[in-house]
Structures are given as C-alpha cells and as structure tokens.
Ligand binder design. Structure first.
Ligand code: SF4
Length: 415
C-alpha cells in the first residue's frame, strides 16, 4: 500500500483517513501515530507471518478467542478487519461471484469477497462462534470450497434467566466446544498455565485502556474519536503484536499524564458511540470538527469485564462469554450505556449499525426508544461497510446533531 497523506477534503478511502489522522491531525502524539500504524499494518503483518511459516487463524479477534489462540502460539487475524482497509472490489465480487443478495450486510459481503481475493495468502483456517452473526454463519460455509478449513464453535447466547440445571448444561456445552476448538487448532498443545497467562495479560490491557479513558476525559481533544475507536478495536487481538500494543498504551498514558491541566481541553459536546464500530471514518472526523468528542463507547470490544483468573482458564472463557451484559438488546445494555455516559458527562448518543444487519438495526430501534424515554438525545445511523467515501447526507446529519449538542453545552455553561 503506497502511503500518502491527502488533505481532509481529498480523503476518499478508509486508509486515507487513517493516514491523514496520523500525519496531519496527530502529529503531536507519537503514541497515537503508533496506534494508527499498528492498525494499518495488522492484516499485512498477519500475511507476512503466515508466509514466514507462522501459524495464523482467522477469528473474531475478541477477548476469548484471541486469548485462547495466543496461548496456543497462534496469531489471531480478526476477520472483521480483513475488509476494513482493503479493496473496494470485494463487495461487488461477493454479489457477482457468490451471488449474495444486494440487501445482505455489506460487512459480510466485504469479508466474503476479501477471503476469496486473499485465499492462500494470509491464513487458510478460520474459527468462529455461531452465536456471532447469522449471515456470517452462512457466508463462511461458502468459502470452504476455496481452500479454507472452517471450524464452527456451535454455541448460542446465554440466557439471562434460567434454572441452575440449564445454566450448568449450557456451561458444560460451551466447555466441550472450547475443547473441540483446541483439538482442531493445535492438537496436544493446550497448556492451562499459558492460557491463564494470556487472560492475566488481557485483564492488564483492559485496565490500561480504562486508565486512558479516564485521562482522556481531562484532555478530550488530545486523541481524536477515530484513533480512539481504532485503539479499542485492538483491545484483544492487539493487532497481532501484544507487546508493541501494550507499549503503545503505556506511551499514551505517559503522554496524557504529562499534559498540564486545561491542555487539549476545548469545550466539547461529549458523546457516546453505541453499536457497530463504524467503517465510515469521516463520520468521526465530522464529530470532532463539529465540536464533539466521543468519550463513552459501547461497541463489541468489551473493555469492562475481566477474566476470572482464579478458576480453571477454560471455565474462565465460558464465564466471560456468558457473563457479558453490556451487549445485546436487553435493558441492562441500555442501563450500562447511560451509567457510562453519566461518568463522562456525555449528553448525546450516536447509534450505529450496518445496512442489512437485521440484528443491529432492531437493536438500535429498541435502544433509541429507551433513550427517548430517558430524554437523552440520540441519532441513529445506518452505515455501509463499503470501502470508499461516505455520502454527504450522513455527514450532514452528524454535523447537525453534534452542533446542536455543542450549542446546548455552551448555553448550559453560560446560563
Ligand atoms: S453487522 Fe450484523 S449482519 Fe453484519 S456482520 Fe455484524 S452482526 Fe453480522
């Protein structure tokens, strides 16, 4: 990829936005530049590792599977990232070659197209949990014919209310599925102490990220909303480089701690971002430019919960999967978001889902209703995963929403 920084208005692709953020917006922060470099290099790094004979497996890149694979000496390549900075042709290929209907989620189509284009070059094994997403479940079956060894962890969501007997059965089923996954990925290589070490590392990383959240509340404009989202994206797969990722977090903590009170603390409308992580990167630029800053995050990367490192490590994976209360459509999730917003004085929330995602589009409707009842302003955005420029209409809506909150914020300060 030839890297060249274009001006803000010339930014066309996701990669352009990341490079612009690194070279122009965040010249003052080496740590932020490092985060963006880790992000840019992630999939290429996995490709180089695979070609050098290291083991790489496509996974969701979330806390449980990333920790498990690292403990087995395998680099987790997050399949949610294969399409993020890649080719604009992938979606078209999925529709034309695989005959995926136009209305299917563009993230699934983008991944499917990229898997086909990249076959044999990054990793030829893919692991996923069937609870993640129904369209993925179907799409991944299609790539089995193109050189991929696909292993499905056959599990569902844990019930919030159930008899103890049912909960015990579900936990046993999850445990059995993890053991099958280990046997598939690395027969005979499982070492509980290595897995425990990974879980301890994961917990340490989440604490460092929470420290950054807290420091950033005092200096919200030091690191923009886009690099913050990208930092969170790597909270479990560490962009394939755990130690470098940790060192980058340490450096960012240092940079933020060294700032004087009031530095990088322009008056901003504080926002919460809830839902998918967002592929249309100029939305994040629009938020920052219109006088906002996203300090509260409710995205799939769970930085709140930690693994229980006192119990058997496979049981800890199971507990973590079943105990996640910040995702899903439950009232718990909305209550959690409101509590987090209060912590950062956030006054508005952006709900984001990808076009064609039946799960998330209903989820944001439910949440929007809940937030309306609680008099919290919200903006629902249905975005696309296609690599390319965002429509002007979306950015106009974001700007109008953030400017309205920024105006209210200023008025409340002068009242
Ligand atoms: S956005 Fe929805 S449909 Fe698309 S991959 Fe994610 S969960 Fe699946």
């Amino acid at each position: 990829m030839a890297e060249q920084s274009k001006s803000s208005t010339e930014n066309k692709t996701q990669l352009d936005h990341v490079i612009y953020s690194r070279d122009v917006v965040h010249k003052h922060s080496k740590a932020t530049q490092n985060i963006l470099n880790l992000c840019i290099d992630y999939i290429d790094y996995c490709k180089r590792a695979f070609q050098e004979g290291k083991e790489v497996i496509w996974t969701s890149g979330m806390g449980t599977d990333s920790s498990l694979f690292y403990s087995l000496g395998i680099i987790p390549a997050s399949f949610t990232e294969i399409g993020r900075l890649c080719s604009a042709d992938a979606v078209v290929l999925a529709e034309d070659f695989f005959q995926v209907p136009n209305e299917t989620c563009a993230m699934v189509k983008s991944d499917l197209g990229e898997f086909y284009l990249q076959r044999g070059t990054i990793a030829n094994r893919l692991f996923y949990s069937s609870k993640a997403c129904e369209p993925y479940n179907v799409a991944f079956q299609l790539i089995e014919d193109y050189g991929y060894d696909v292993h499905v962890m056959d599990v569902g969501f844990g019930p919030k209310k159930a008899s103890q007997e049912r909960i015990d059965n579900i936990k046993k089923h999850y445990r059995d599925e993890y053991i099958k996954a280990i046997e598939w990925a690395a027969p005979g290589r499982y070492d509980p102490e290595k897995l425990r070490t990974e879980l301890v590392f994961y917990n340490k990383i989440q604490r460092k990220i929470r420290t950054i959240f807290n420091l950033r509340a005092y200096h919200p404009t030091y690191i923009g909303s886009l690099p913050m989202m990208l930092l969170l994206m790597g909270n479990a797969h560490y962009f394939g480089k755990p130690l470098e990722y940790e060192a980058t977090l340490d450096r960012l903590i240092e940079e933020l701690s060294d700032l004087k009170p009031g530095e990088y603390h322009d008056e901003k409308a504080i926002l919460c971002w809830s839902g998918a992580r967002g592929q249309e990167f100029n939305i994040f630029e629009a938020i920052d430019e219109a006088g906002g800053a996203v300090l509260s995050w409710n995205i799939p990367n769970n930085t709140v919960h930690e693994f229980n490192t006192e119990i058997d490590p496979i049981d800890a994976l199971v507990e973590f999967e079943l105990g996640d209360l910040i995702s899903g459509t439950s009232e718990n999730a909305s209550r959690y978001i409101i509590k987090d917003m209060e912590k950062y004085n956030a006054t508005g929330v952006i709900f984001y889902a990808y076009l064609g995602c039946s799960f998330a589009t209903i989820d944001i409707e439910l949440k929007r209703k809940y937030f309306k009842e609680h008099n919290i302003p919200g903006l629902s955005l249905i975005g696309s995963f296609d690599v390319g420029a965002v429509t002007g209409q979306v950015t106009t809506r974001v700007r109008a929403f953030v400017e309205m909150l920024a105006k209210q914020h200023k008025e409340s300060k002068t009242a």
